[in-house]
Write a protein that binds this ligand. Sequence first.
Ligand SMILES: [Fe+2]
Length: 200
Amino acid sequence: MAKEPSKSLKKIKPIPPMPSSGEGKVPTKGDAQVAQESGSRNAPIINIGIERQDRAAIAEGLSRVLADTYTLYLTTHNFHWNVTGPHFNSLHAMFMDQYTELWGATDVIAERIRALGHYAPGSYAEFSKIATVPDVPQTPPKAMEMVRILVKGHETVSRISREFIPVAEEASDAPTADMLTARCTVHDQTAWMLRSLLED
Ligand SMILES: [Fe+2]
């Protein structure tokens, strides 16, 4: 027997529309909006079964996830370089595994934005406009403070990713919903591992 689609997702509060969009479907952070539709007169119109307006909303959400993933990547790589103290070896190696995973994820997220017909943001100027994860601290913190910052970062990216899963699902964009679900799994697990380092 065919499984009924999950009804619980329908109960999730919709993302507030961008006041100036006029379309009411594009999620943004403040006034920042970065996903730009790509294409030219020579290329055929995208016809993958997802409405243009829905592709714009999903690309905007993915742009935010990309900005946060990239910021978390850079923070983790910075901490790999600058960690000090008695746990240097284990944290230096652990941070390398984590930034390598995050780096790989940025490519997957950016290329999904392209597949939806939008340009992927990829500059510090754009990322700083839309990222929720704060920029890397100017002075390297103590090792366990680094761990604390990364726990918060992974939790933030998980929340932002989870926020956009219903947007993708409502537009029948299963590949994006699956990708965001997989990102949540990684961020939740990494946050748990880091959090465990802070327990007695
Ligand atoms: Fe290294």
